[in-house]
Write a protein that binds this ligand. Structure first.
Ligand SMILES: C[S@@+](CC[C@H](N)C(=O)[O-])C[C@H]1O[C@@H](n2cnc3c(N)ncnc32)[C@H](O)[C@@H]1O
Length: 314
C-alpha cells in the first residue's frame, strides 16, 4: 500500500527507478584502493572491512556519527545497548584505525549523547589531542514521565597534532540584537539591515541554532538519526578548506557527504545499509542542482527563524 503523506511533506524517498539508477554508483572494496577510486563515492560495506583497505594519510577531516550506546534500529539492523566496557571496546576497534588514514594536520569530530560521551572521550583521548566538546540543542521527541527531556547531544573535537585548520571567520553566527546599544549615536558591534538589527559573533561550543530535520524540510529522510546539514556545515567550514578530503565512516543518509559536496570539499563515506547508501546518492544528486544549506546564507549561520530571505525555517 502506498504511504499517504501530508501535502507539504518533503521527506525524500526512493522510487524503484531511483534505486536502479543509483545502485551502480555504490562501491564495495575487496583490495587496497587508491583515493581517486573512492572520492565522491558511498562505500556500501561494513566499515570494519574497509579501514585497512583505505590509503594512508588521505583524510583531512573525519566526521563520525556512530551508533550511540542505546538500542536503535537502522533499517534492517538493530544496534543494541551494551555494558560500558563492551561499547568502549567497540569504539576502540575503529578509532584505533583512524591515525593511519588521517593526514598529520587532520581533525576528528565524533558525535555522541550524554550516556556515551565519557566513553567516547576516553577512547579518543588515547589517540588524539582533545580540543573541545560541542553541545548542541536537539529539540525533538517526546518528554519523559520521570526524567528531564533529553534535548542535547555532544560532538567531541580532536586533532592529530597542534597544527590544524580552524577557519573562525567561516563559522560566525548572525544574531538578532534585542537591545541595540549605541555609542555617540552609532551602533556598537552590530549593524542595521532592512530586515532588522544583527550582530555577527564568535561561535561558542553551545549551539542552539540548529533544527533537527523534520517532514517539511527538504533535507529530511526516513533515517532515524539524521543529522542537520547546518550542524555538519559548521564542522566542515571550521575544520577544512575547499578541496580537502572529508570522510564519514557511519554515513547513514549521507549528510556529511552531501554537505561536503555543497561546500566544495572532496568526500567519501561508508554505510552498511544499502537503502541508506541509495538515499545518500539521491541527496548527492540533488545537491548538485541545489547547493543551499538551510540556516546558512550569505556566508553566515543565522539563528533559527531569522534567515532574511525565508519567511520561516520551521
Ligand atoms: C547515527 S547513524 C548516522 C546518521 C548520519 N549522520 C545521517 O545524517 O544520516 C549511524 C549509521 O551507521 C551505520 N552503521 C552502523 N554500524 C556500521 C558499520 N559497522 N559499518 C558501516 N555502517 C554502520 C548505521 O546503519 C547507521 O545508518
Amino acid at each position: 500500500m502506498t504511504k499517504r503523506t501530508a501535502p507539504r511533506n518533503r521527506t525524500l524517498t526512493l522510487s524503484e527507478e531511483d534505486c536502479r539508477r543509483l545502485q551502480p554508483r555504490l562501491v564495495t572494496l575487496n583490495r587496497p584502493c587508491r583515493l581517486g577510486e573512492i572520492l565522491g563515492r558511498t562505500i556500501h560495506q561494513d566499515v570494519m572491512e574497509v579501514f585497512d583497505l583505505l590509503p594512508e594519510k588521505c583524510v583531512d577531516l573525519l566526521i563520525a556519527d556512530p551508533p550511540y550506546n542505546r538500542r536503535k534500529t537502522f533499517h534492517t539492523i538493530t544496534f543494541h545497548a551494551s555494558e560500558e566496557e563492551r561499547y568502549r571496546n567497540w569504539l576502540e576497534g575503529w578509532v584505533s584505525k583512524l591515525p593511519r588514514i588521517l593526514r598529520p594536520a587532520a581533525t576528528v569530530y565524533v558525535c555522541c549523547d550524554w550516556q556515551c560521551s565519557q566513553t567516547v572521550y576516553t577512547v579518543l583521548s588515547r589517540y588524539f589531542r582533545m580540543r573541545n566538546r560541542i553541545t548542541w540543542e536537539r529539540e525533538k521527541g517526546r518528554g519523559a514521565h520521570s526524567n528531564w527531556k533529553n534535548a542535547h547531544e555532544d560532538i567531541w573535537f580532536a586533532t592529530m597534532s597542534d597544527k590544524y585548520t580552524f577557519n573562525l571567520d567561516a563559522v560566525k553566527v548572525k544574531r538578532k540584537v534585542l537591545a541595540p546599544y549605541r555609542v555617540e549615536g552609532q551602533p556598537k558591534d552590530w549593524s542595521e539591515e532592512t530586515s532588522g538589527n544583527y550582530r555577527t559573533t564568535h561561535p561558542s561550543n553551545l549551539w542552539t541554532d540548529v533544527t533537527v530535520p523534520f517532514w517539511s524540510m527538504q533535507e529530511n529522510t526516513d533515517h532515524p538519526t539524521q543529522k542537520p546539514e547546518k550542524l555538519i556545515a559548521k564542522l566542515i567550514l571550521a575544520s577544512s578548506n575547499e578541496g580537502d578530503v572529508v570522510f564519514d565512516p557511519f554515513s547513514g543518509s549521507g549528510t556529511t557527504s552531501v554537505t561536503a559536496k555543497k561546500l566544495n570539499r572532496c568526500f567519501f563515506s561508508v554505510e552498511r545499509d544499502g537503502m541508506y547508501c541509495l538515499l545518500a546518492e539521491k541527496r548527492l544528486e540533488l545537491a548538485g542542482r541545489n547547493p543551499a544549506i538551510q540556516g546558512y546564507e550569505d556566508g553566515v549561520f543565522w539563528e533559527r527563524n531569522t534567515t532574511p530571505h525565508r519567511k520561516k525555517e520551521e
